[in-house]
Write a protein that binds this ligand. Structure first.
Ligand code: FAD
Length: 293
């Protein structure tokens, strides 16, 4: 059996079609016994209800531990605290504590809500005060675009750890050396929590490139070349995306990475295949539960 740990990130669905895709993905990925499935929180709390419903359903129907993402944007401390209390009452024991992006989108200046939590460190501390939540936080191998320097970015991570964060989940990256160098800097700063690589396969190159530009992630030239002239050829893109992501994950595993967080975009196929290649297979319990059903 593999000693690797995996987790899967979903976003709360808007349409019936995405809803069905999400639940099919949850069902398919559940037997891999992920450490947790996480559910994002839309910009400015725009998905507050949908995130909550999705989180509650994964707990109830899938029985998998859930990490609920939560941001500080456009909400008072009292409002955020109420969400945290509701989550705890619902059985949520793990929060991904985030500052969130400014309402105008990444790149705009972030102005904290006057009565709210100013950043993820404050939110993490607030959540720990309310209940014994496990806290994960975001971290940035290529530094957060709002950060004046890589060192300031790591200082921020340190503040989040001091506030109770037990794990950092990275922004996606496509050059493993960037991740290794980042982990070295984090360790040199005396931070010893796991830094879990966030894996995002490039199934749609145009949209990943746009996202990468916004958040300051680099797409290496060799990958840009690989996806050249494939905008109208999703099938080939998908195959290349799978190959590239598999190479990335296998190389990370070879270097000793023990936990992978998959940005699934509510799809199971690639995440499932990557887990299979990493040796993460359905557990014996999941198989016998399936046979009994
Ligand atoms: P923080 O760590 O609070 O701050 C980010 C940077 O801003 C810091 O590195 C620092 O440079 C600077 N900064 C902040 N406060 C200060 C301060 N007081 N003094 C000096 N510098 C400061 N967004 C969503 O809206 N919903 C989601 O569900 C979501 N999920 C995510 C999951 C992961 C794994 C990751 C990596 C990101 C996610 N995001 C999500 C995006 C995230 O909200 C943005 O990257 C946001 O801009 C920063 O959030 P943070 O929690 O990292 O911020």
């Amino acid at each position: 059996m593999s000693d690797l740990h995996v987790s899967f990130e979903f976003f709360p669905p808007k349409s019936e079609a995405v809803q069905q895709r999400l639940w099919a993905a949850v069902e398919k990925l559940k037997p891999l016994a992920p450490d947790f499935m996480s559910v994002t929180y839309g910009a400015g709390g725009s998905t507050r209800e949908r995130t909550h419903e999705t989180v509650a359903r994964i707990i109830k129907d899938a029985g998998v531990p859930v990490a609920a993402h939560l941001t500080c944007v456009a909400a008072t401390k009292a409002e955020v605290d109420q969400v945290l209390r509701d989550y705890w009452a619902e059985g949520v024991r793990h929060i991904v504590a985030l500052r969130g992006d400014p309402p105008g989108g990444p790149g705009e200046r972030y102005i904290p809500h006057p009565g709210g939590y100013a950043n993820a460190a404050e939110l993490a501390a607030g959540a720990r005060k309310i209940a014994g939540f496990e806290i994960s936080v975001g971290c940035y191998p290529e530094k957060h675009p709002d950060s004046p320097s890589a060192a300031a970015d790591i200082d921020m991570l340190k503040r989040k750890v001091d506030a109770g964060a037990a794990r950092g989940i990275t922004q996606f990256f496509y050059d493993n050396d960037v991740y290794y160098r980042y982990v070295d800097r984090v360790r040199a700063a005396g931070i010893d929590i796991p830094i879990v690589p966030g894996i995002m396969a490039i199934t749609n190159f145009a949209s990943v490139r746009k996202m990468a530009d916004t958040i300051g992630a680099t797409i290496p030239g060799r990958l840009v070349k690989l996806f050249q002239n494939l905008d109208e050829d999703p099938q080939t893109r998908q195959l290349i995306a799978a190959t590239v992501a598999a190479e990335q994950c296998l190389a990370l595993a070879e270097q000793g990475v023990k936990h992978f967080h998959f940005y699934t975009l509510n799809r199971d196929d690639l995440a499932y295949a990557l887990c299979t290649m990493l040796g993460v297979r359905p557990t014996a319990q999941a198989k016998s539960a399936g046979a009994a059903a």
